[in-house]
Ligand binder design. Structure first.
Ligand code: BYC
Length: 312
């Protein structure tokens, strides 16, 4: 029996083999990966902005060093991911232009403002915590370059998560009244945008069936969101914080925390570009791109000169 290329490809995935850059793959698999990895890379880069704003205002040298290291790590994650996407035949320039033109998506959570210092800790605990949930799954995905990037990224994100949690636990349990109030205010603002990070409900998630079929995702948006809620709620409550969800309750029968409905209108508004800071985030990236023009020109000039010297 002669197997089609597609059947051979699916059999490889079924056997748990990794698909590598030069291997045959269906066009839809390649396109799905470019979509997802490029969005992921943009999220890392735009995700530097909310916390980066606080670097000059860190309350101690120690906190400043930790935050600078974290924000630099996010830039590195963007680099690994852009390279992983490039292995599928798209250029860095094409991806960057799509972001700067407002055509590319990135995680909606980064369109919310960081209003107080506690937001830095809360992002580490909640946003990096949610990202790790999702990325630990993606570390097992069928595309080799993406899965290997995820292994490295997850180990760095674990440090991000720990520094955020350590900060919040300290302020919530040993802090001044003002620090405790900042932490509660921060949780009130970041809880729901964090739950939105996992994407729409499974019934609305148009990409999930194909991603699961090809071993890119091994869990659905709702499954990962529920795991995150089950792990995070008791820890936040244990340090005296109140979750901003009147419908939140523990269900003995299922062993899960039941939570209220996400405001999906808000989610889609932010995804489509109309969130609190979408315009500001894009402007920051556009300015950074324009400010870096001389570096690109110098690098291109250097490469040209090298080629001339080889030709001589
Ligand atoms: N925000 O069919 P669905 C970090 C879009 S950064 C915006 O469920 P899928 C960090 C979705 O793209 C790490 N858009 O999609 C950095 C799709 O639109 P298109 C961030 C969203 O792909 C700095 C449409 O909605 N992590 O850790 O099956 C500081 C329908 O959705 C969102 C990643 O990027 C959203 N939240 O599932 C601190 C993980 N949700 O493309 C921390 C990689 C959905 O069809 N990405 N959309 O036009 C993924 O795992 C998946 O793509 C998602 C969505 C779970 C996000």
């Amino acid at each position: 029996m002669i197997e089609t290329k597609e059947a051979q490809f699916e059999a490889r995935i079924e056997r748990g083999e990794k698909i590598e850059a030069g291997d045959w793959m269906p066009e839809a698999y390649r396109k799905q990966l470019i979509r997802m990895i490029s969005q992921h890379a943009h999220s890392e880069i735009v995700g530097m902005l909310p916390e980066g704003k606080w670097i000059p205002h860190a309350p101690s040298l120690h906190r400043k060093l930790v935050l600078m290291a974290k924000v630099q790590d996010e830039a590195g994650h963007g680099q690994y991911l852009y390279h992983a996407a490039e292995s599928l035949g798209i250029t860095r320039d094409e991806m960057t232009r799509a972001l700067l033109a407002g055509r590319a998506k990135y995680a909606s959570v980064f369109n919310y403002p960081t209003d107080n210092w506690a937001d830095v800790g809360m992002i580490g605990w909640l946003v990096d915590g949610a990202a790790i949930k999702n990325q630990t799954m993606l570390a097992h995905c069928s595309y080799g370059p993406y899965s290997r990037a995820m292994v490295r990224i997850c180990s760095e994100e674990t440090f991000h998560f720990k520094q955020g949690k350590e900060m919040i636990v300290q302020y919530a349990t040993e802090g001044t009244d003002d620090q405790k109030a900042q932490v509660q205010d921060s949780l009130n603002r970041w809880w729901w945008p964090t739950l939105m990070m996992f994407g729409p409900h499974d019934a609305e998630s148009k990409n999930t069936p194909q991603l699961v079929k090809w071993g890119i995702k091994t869990k659905t948006n709702d499954e990962l969101r529920q795991e995150f809620v089950d792990e995070t709620v008791p820890e936040l409550q244990a340090i005296g914080l109140t979750l901003p969800d009147p419908d939140l309750r523990y269900d003995d029968e299922s062993g899960h925390w039941i939570f209220g409905e996400i405001d999906w209108d808000e989610f889609w508004r932010v995804v489509k570009g109309d969130g609190p800071l979408n315009a500001e985030r894009l402007e920051s990236r556009q300015n950074a791109y324009n400010d870096g023009a001389w570096v690109r020109e110098a690098a291109a000039g250097f490469a040209e000169r090298q080629q001339e010297m080889v030709a001589v």
